[in-house]
Every structure is written in structure tokens, then in C-alpha cells.
Design a protein around this ligand. Sequence first.
Ligand SMILES: *Cc1c(COP(=O)(O)O)cnc(C)c1O
Length: 333
Amino acid sequence: MAFIKINKENFFHNLSKFTKKTGSKNSIAIVLKDNAYGHGLELMAKLSAEFGLTQAVVRTYDEAQKIKKYFKQILILGDKAIVDDSCSFALNSLEDIKKAQIGSMVELKVDTGMHRNGIAIGEIEEALQLIKEKELIVKGLMTHNRSADELSSELFWQQKNFEKAVGVTMSHVKTIRIHSYNSATSLRLPCNNEDIIRLGIGAYGYSELPAIYDTLELKPVLSLWAKKVSTRELKKGERVGYGGQFTAPKNMTVSTYDLGYGDGWMRSNSFEPFITAEGVPILGRVSMDYVILESTKDEVCIFNDALSAGKALGTISYELMTQLHTDIKRVVI
Ligand SMILES: *Cc1c(COP(=O)(O)O)cnc(C)c1O
């Protein structure tokens, strides 16, 4: 079966770059949602702990259970709050407060302009009142930026709104942690005025910022590999795969490799062939479990840079990587 290589050295390199910016490993919360962006939840949790990180962010309580032993503190972005000493839960709406278990630890998420999740700044006082009635422990105040990775001043507009939210909240509760930085924000601004950054894509080696911004030299962590199933000779004019999409322009030797859209590799359109990391085009259509390449190598690297591979497939690094199925074997190199 196809497999994924996880480059530990590159992961540590990226984490070191951000540690330099924040000044401390304790102020990096590594985002491990969606199978750690396709890298493997438990594997990346283990490596993060080995590096010295103590904080993580996931989407569900189930995910948190699997990686609890590696971290001091886990923030859960999208699940019902329950009592657990090592987990805090983002409150995305006033309803979330009503659903929360009495005494659970929460972080108030405010909507500073993205209008996806979070309570309005005008609702903070009502939220704090509800929180008090439910005897919830307020651990933090957070928000999320909608366009930190775009060439615009919207980030600063949201930061201003967040400052307002911080002011209102701190006049009621004093000892909370403040956080709004994702990877793009952490790359654009000095990370010196908040308690933690929530570091996702940057840790895995990518910056989606326009080239005009200085970025840290990040290195991709994940590469996708496929193994040879069989080799055959094609005569000039013979056609390959479903629909016979590809016609051999000459006699050639091709091999079938064990990766397909069933593994989460994008089928995309087959008119513009995807070029692998080794410069070899995928011939014809991607099948559920197979692709065909003009190669006889036992193992081929399909991609080792999700940013450029994503661009070639009309998507972003995030989508390309999170699609990769959890049962593809991940090996650390
Ligand atoms: C996914 C997510 C992040 C991480 O974003 P990156 O762009 O991958 O760094 C941070 N905060 C929240 C709320 C998120 O949902």
C-alpha cells in the first residue's frame, strides 16, 4: 500500500523557528485536528511532546483522549464541554454555554469579523453571566482571523476588535490566557503580545502568505509514496486506464502503483496530468486504488511539497493533506 514519510528533522526545524519567535515552547499550542493535517494524530502528538511542546489543539474530545498522555493541556475547538482537568473547550456560541457540563473548563471564542464561530463582542457580558451561573472555569479568550494570509489590512481590523473584546472580558475575569494567532498571523506579526499561538499549517512546513511577506524558512514534513504493483510494455498508440484517456505517443514501459482516490489522493481531472515530485506525469485517469506512471522504480514519491502539489490540483495544502486516509501507513524518517 501507498505510504507516508514523516520527516522528523523538518518538523523539529519548523517548531524551532516558531519557538524562536514566541520565545518559549510552552507558548506554542500545536494544532492536531483532522489527523494532524493528515500527518497522523498520535504520531505527531508524540513527536511534539518529544520536541518539548506541552499544549495541543484538536477538534473533538475523542481526538483529545488519544493524545492526552503527551500534553499538559489540550484545547478542543468543537465539542460539548465536559469536566476534564487537562481539557478546555472553546465556546462557539451562547448555546454552547447552555450545553456545557457544570464546572467544565472553557475558553470564550469571540467573533471579531470572521462570522463563522464565536459570540459577538456585544454578547460577552451576557456570556460571562451565563458562565457564572453554570460555574464554568474560564481559562481563556480567543478569536480566529479570516484573512491573515492575504495581502490586506483586515488582520489589523480584527486585532482591534479583539483588543476591545479583551478589555471587556478582563474587566470581569482577570486570570485568563489570550490567543488569536494562527500560523499566518504568527508569520506576519511578532508573537509577543499574547499567551499562546495556535500553530497548524506552519508546523507542517507551509506558509500560504503572499511572497511579499518575509516568512520563516519552513520545510515540508510529509511526503506521499506509492509502491509498484506491476510493469508492462506499451506499444505506440495503446491507451491507458479508464476511458483510455492517455495514448502512448511511442513504445514505452509503464508501471502501476498502489495509490488511488480511495486512499485520498485527488482524482482531479486527467486532462492535465499531475507531475510527481520526481518529475514523472501520472498517465491517464486516477483509479480508486491505482495510478500508472512511466517508471519501473519500486517506490515513487508522488509529492513532497503539498503547496505546489495543491496548486497543480486546484486546491490548498490543507485539503490535499487532510484527505489522505488515516489507514495509510506513516513512517518516521
Ligand atoms: C485550524 C485552526 C487553527 C490553525 O490554523 P493554521 O492556519 O493551520 O495555523 C488555529 N485556530 C483555529 C480556531 C483553527 O480552527
